[in-house]
Write a new protein. Structure first.
Length: 71
């Protein structure tokens, strides 16, 4: 499960950076994939959203600082 945690964490970082770039008027998905079909962007957003849900429900168990050992 550690690898799934790392994948979701990376996707959350990518999603966060993308939202920061959207604030400044530049979208990461469009920059990487160009003006391809919006389906690619939807898949990326779906993966980032699912990663956020996964982290919400499993973060306390996976994180050493947030879990019962750290508190």
């Amino acid at each position: 499960m550690k690898s799934l945690h790392m994948i979701t964490w990376i996707l959350l970082i990518v999603g966060g950076v993308n939202w920061l770039l959207v604030f400044f008027g530049w979208e990461l998905g469009t920059a990487i994939f160009g003006s391809m079909d919006h389906m690619v962007s939807k898949v990326i957003y779906l993966l980032v959203g699912l990663s956020a849900l996964y982290e919400i429900f499993t973060h306390k168990k996976n994180c050493k600082m947030c879990g019962s050992a750290g508190m």
